[in-house]
Ligand binder design. Structure first.
Ligand code: HEC
Ligand code: HEC
Length: 400
């Protein structure tokens, strides 16, 4: 009830801004990826609405887009706050473990503004395609205490189940305030992005403005160096920084406050599928729920985050490997993909499905069959299931 009230409040504001189309076409709050957490007060709701506008904002060359970039807006890659398609992701580069800092950086921007040459792919690099993941539930993920996540680790596989799971320890950039989760000196627990290579939301978001859209901010005030510039400044004409810290922080708050959708209907088949999910040890990595710790936003404090992930790295075998290490993550390790919101994926992508880090699997069945490495036994068990149990498992996934 409270969520509906909050949602209507937001819609009223959007309506006031002349965006009444959303009134009729938006799905119910529990069936969307773009709803705020239940019961936010007016102050947080106002930041949420502003962050929502930032997220949808399409940047122009006059506003500082580029010089090299991948997309014009956050929303362009994370449509409806869900995952993108293979048209919207980008490649990350590396060469023998080196993330190519100073050579155009570890990300390939495939577009440039007029007058700026396209970024060439450096020779001999490993390329790792990344499908944009959904961005809801980021505050819940942020609010899970480090100890809770580490309790799921079993790096030496002491319980001998073939499933280890370990943290990606990373350094946060200096611009991340110490007071933010994942900020401060020394190694921090990575939780965000496909290899959990990012410890703090403000790092994720400032780097997205900078690397994905070519928008400098107080956090990252210098344009992405163009690899073919040969030392010559090759930028846009807009003075840097192009957006203030406050804008980045509003956008951080937006993804922090996005609620995961409600669970779908719990039929007898879904209940049967859940039992199969547990029996096949899917839940050893896709941990159904973790409890958040104390948080200054009450809606993020002491909540069950039903994300179906341990947020840890797992070796998924050569089939899924990108051979591109990142932080502690090896070329075959990935963060367990959260499964919340799975039931809405195809609806949001016009009936198509794109699963796994590069979107290679069009169906859940194919995503499971692509599991290897630590998940090999789970995969074999799935392949060997009777048809009814397989259907039940898929129905369960389709209810998350
Ligand atoms: C060009 C496409 C693109 C654009 C534009 C883009 N993103 Fe992303 N986003 C991605 C991809 C791809 C990843 C995963 C990156 C990886 O794993 O290395 C990601 C990851 C994220 C994550 C982490 C999600 C998780 O599960 O840990 C957040 C949050 C996020 N983006 C927010 C934003 C915001 C906010 C903006 C706008 C400022 C933005 N993104 C712009 C493609 C994009
Ligand atoms: C050893 C840990 C592990 C086990 C066991 C495991 N998974 Fe996964 N799962 C992962 C990781 C890691 C990914 C992300 C891989 C990638 O992006 O390439 C993933 C991805 C997925 C995805 C794709 C999600 C998306 O949105 O792209 C689905 C669906 C899935 N797993 C279901 C299952 C099911 C069902 C089982 C049990 C039969 C299972 N997994 C067992 C670790 C595991």
């Amino acid at each position: 009830m409270e969520r509906v009230a909050g949602f209507l409040w937001v819609l009223a504001l959007l309506g006031a801004a002349g965006c009444d189309r959303i009134m009729t076409s938006a799905p119910p709050a529990g069936d969307a990826f773009s709803s705020p957490l239940d019961g936010l007060g007016p102050d947080l709701n106002a930041v949420f609405v502003q962050g929502d506008e930032n997220f949808a904002r399409v940047f122009t060359v006059e506003e500082g887009l580029g010089p090299i970039f991948n997309n014009l807006s956050c929303e362009g890659c994370h449509p409806g706050d869900g995952r993108g398609t293979p048209q919207e992701g980008f490649f990350r580069f590396s060469r023998e473990g080196d993330l190519l800092t100073g050579q155009g950086g570890p990300q390939h921007q495939d577009k440039s503004i007029p007058g700026v040459p396209l970024e060439e792919v450096p020779a001999g690099v490993e390329q790792s395609f990344r499908l944009p993941p959904p961005v809801f539930g980021m505050g819940l993920i942020e609010a899970i205490p480090v100890e809770t996540i580490l309790a799921e680790e079993d790096p030496d596989d002491r319980d001998g189940d073939g499933i280890s799971g370990r943290a990606n320890w990373v350094l946060a950039p200096d611009f991340v305030p110490q007071t933010h989760v994942g900020g401060g000196a020394g190694l921090q627990l990575g939780r965000f992005s496909r290899k959990a290579q990012v410890s703090a939301l403000v790092h994720q978001v400032a780097a997205a403005y900078h690397g994905d859209i070519g928008i400098t901010s107080d956090f990252l005030p210098e344009e992405n160096p163009h690899p073919q510039a040969g030392g010559v400044a090759l930028g846009d004409q807009v003075p840097d920084p192009e957006i203030p810290a406050a804008t980045v922080l509003q956008t951080v708050m937006y993804v922090r406050l996005l609620s995961p959708p409600d669970l779908g209907e719990r039929t007898a088949q879904v209940a049967q599928g859940e039992a199969v999910f547990t029996r096949l040890r899917c839940a050893a990595c896709h941990v159904p729920s973790m409890k958040t710790g104390p948080h200054y936003i009450p809606q993020l404090s002491g909540q069950e985050a039903r994300l179906y992930s341990d947020l840890l790295l797992h070796d998924m075998g050569p089939g899924l490997a990108d051979n591109r290490p990142d932080g502690d993550a090896t070329g075959s390790e990935w963060r367990t993909a959260p499964l919340w919101g799975t039931r809405l994926v195809e609806e949001f992508l016009g009936g198509r499905g794109f699963f796994l880090h590069d979107g290679r699997a069009p169906t859940l069945d194919q995503a499971i069959r692509a599991h290897g490495g630590e998940a090999q036994a789970s995969r074999e068990a799935y392949v060997g299931l009777a048809g009814t149990e397989q259907q039940a498992l898929l129905a369960f996934l389709g209810s998350l």
